[in-house]
Design a protein around this ligand. Structure first.
Ligand code: SF4
Length: 70
């Protein structure tokens, strides 16, 4: 597991967004602020979703939106 910080995909509301905020894996990541580094999920940001961008919890971009504040 790796520790996550604000600005990284794992703590972004767009990470795995299509699963919904009640997804147990996402809830666990948001609560613990840690994630398995090999995890890959879709970025649901409007500028990326059409490209089917896959990101890891450690990735990041300027579209970061803190989970829970979407
Ligand atoms: S790529 Fe950017 S918008 Fe997408 S999940 Fe990561 S930080 Fe959020």
């Amino acid at each position: 597991m790796i520790a996550l910080h604000n600005g990284q995909c794992g703590l972004c509301s767009h990470f795995g967004e299509e699963k919904g905020s009640s997804d147990q894996v996402l809830v666990s990541i948001h609560t613990s602020k840690t994630a398995p580094p090999e995890l890959l999920d879709n970025c649901g940001h409007p500028k990326h979703s059409g490209l089917h961008l896959k990101v890891t919890p450690m990735s990041g971009c300027d579209g970061f939106t803190p989970a829970g504040q979407a």
